[in-house]
Ligand binder design. Structure first.
Ligand code: F6R
Length: 348
C-alpha cells in the first residue's frame, strides 16, 4: 500500500488524476471502475477539466460502477447512475454504451447481480477508484460481508444510510438495500486507488491499515492487493502512525550507512595490508622504523575499530534522541497546525 498525504481536495484530485492518467497513457481502452459519493467529486471535476483543456479521451474507455441503490430510478437525482452522468460522463467523451452500473430497478435483482458479476469478470478493471465508508465499507460491502460474495444485494447499516442521507429529501427515504460489487471482485482490479478525506474517515483508515485481520473492516481486505494507492488528507490520516514508520526507515538507513562504513574500513585495511607488505620488502634495513610502523598500524587499527564501534553507538543513540525530539517537534508542529487549521476554519 502506498500513501500520499495531501493538503486539500484540490491536491487530492491532482494526485488521484496522475494515477488515472498513467493508466490511460498506457492503455486508451482501459477499464475504469468508478465510485460515487462526495470524495471523488474533485477528481471527476479534474478529469472533466483536463478533457476540455488537454483533450484526454475516454472514447474507448469502459466504465463500471461499484454499486446502486435498490428501487431508485436511474433518472432520479439520488441514484448513482444519475450522479455519474451529471458529475462525469456527460462532461467527457465516454461512449454511454461503454458504461455499466448495477440496475437497482431490475425486476429480478438476483439475476441482475449475476449479470453484473459476469460483466466485471469479463472486463477486470485496469484501475478501480474507491471511497471508504466511516465504518470501513468499500462499495456497499458493510462490515462482516464475506469477501468471496460476488455482486449481491446488501442491507445498508443505519450509519451508512445516515451518511448518505444528503442526496435524499428525507433521511427516511434512503433505501435499505443496494446492489454492490463484492470485495473479491473489487480485488480483481489491476490497480486500486482509494481516496479519503476528513476526520470522520480516520478510524476506518486506521482499521484498514492496522486493524484486526478480519472482516470487521471490509477495506482491510485491500491489504491482500499488491497495487493499492491511498490518497488521504491529514485528517483522514490522523490516526496512522507515520512517525513510527519514518523512525523505522531512519533506523534502517542508519544501519545501512554503518554497514557501508564497515565495508569501506575493511577495504582500506586490505589496501593498507598490501601496502605494508611492499614496504616490508623494501625496508629490510630499517627494522626499527618497521617496528614503529607496525606499532602505529596496530594503534591505528585499534583506534579505528574502537572509534568505529563507539561512533556507531553514539550515532545511533544521538539519532534516537534526535528522533524523539523530532517526533515531539513534529507532534507539536502538527498540533499547532491543527490549531491553525481549526482557527482558519473557525474564522471562515
Ligand atoms: C459509492 C461507494 C461508497 C462510498 C463511501 C464513501 O459508490 O461505493 O463505498 O465510496 O460510502 O462515500 P463518501 O465519499 O461520500 O464519503
Amino acid at each position: 500500500m502506498r500513501f500520499a498525504i495531501v493538503k486539500n481536495a484540490k491536491e487530492l484530485a491532482e494526485r488521484a488524476f496522475l494515477e488515472i492518467k498513467k493508466v490511460l497513457d498506457e492503455k486508451s481502452d482501459a477499464v475504469i471502475g468508478f465510485a460515487t459519493g462526495s470524495t471523488p467529486i474533485p477528481l471527476y471535476d479534474k478529469m472533466a477539466d483536463d478533457h476540455k483543456r488537454n483533450g484526454t479521451s475516454y472514447k474507448d474507455v469502459r466504465a463500471f460502477n461499484l454499486d446502486e441503490y435498490v428501487g431508485v430510478d436511474p433518472g432520479d437525482k439520488a441514484s448513482f447512475a444519475r450522479f455519474m452522468q451529471d458529475r462525469l460522463f456527460s462532461r467527457i467523451d465516454i461512449d454511454p454504451a461503454n458504461t455499466d452500473i448495477p440496475n437497482g430497478m431490475a425486476e429480478d435483482l438476483s439475476a441482475e447481480c449475476e449479470r453484473y458479476s459476469a460483466a466485471v469478470k469479463e472486463h477486470p478493471a485496469d484501475i478501480q477508484i474507491l471511497g471508504i465508508g466511516a465504518n470501513g465499507h468499500i462499495a456497499f460491502n458493510e462490515p462482516y460481508t464475506k469477501p468471496e460474495e460476488p455482486t449481491h444485494i446488501a442491507l445498508l447499516t443505519a450509519r451508512t444510510r445516515a451518511d448518505n442521507a444528503a442526496a435524499f429529501k428525507d433521511p427516511s427515504l434512503v433505501p435499505q438495500y443496494a446492489l454492490t460489487m463484492g470485495i473479491d471482485e473489487i480485488l480483481t482490479a489491476k490497480r486500486i486507488l482509494l481516496l479519503a478525506m476528513g476526520e470522520n474517515k480516520a478510524q476506518a483508515i486506521y482499521d484498514m491499515v492496522m486493524g484486526r485481520d478480519d472482516t470487521s473492516c471490509p477495506a482491510a481486505a485491500l491489504r491482500r492487493h499488491p497495487d493499492v494507492t491511498v490518497v488521504l488528507d491529514r485528517e483522514a490520516a490522523g490516526l496512522l502512525t507515520f512517525g513510527e514508520w519514518e523512525r523505522a526507515a531512519e533506523e534502517r538507513e542508519a544501519r545501512q550507512a554503518a554497514e557501508r562504513a564497515e565495508e569501506e574500513l575493511e577495504a582500506n585495511e586490505s589496501d593498507e595490508a598490501a601496502d605494508g607488505e611492499t614496504a616490508e620488502a623494501a625496508a629490510d634495513e630499517a627494522s626499527e622504523a618497521d617496528e614503529d610502523a607496525a606499532e602505529e598500524d596496530v594503534d591505528a587499527d585499534g583506534a579505528e575499530s574502537e572509534d568505529g564501534e563507539d561512533g556507531e553507538e553514539a550515532d545511533t543513540s544521538e539519532a534516537d534522541d534526535d528522533e524523539a525530539e523530532n517526533g515531539e517537534d513534529a507532534a507539536d508542529e502538527e498540533a499547532d497546525e491543527q490549531d491553525d487549521d481549526a482557527d482558519a476554519s473557525e474564522e471562515k
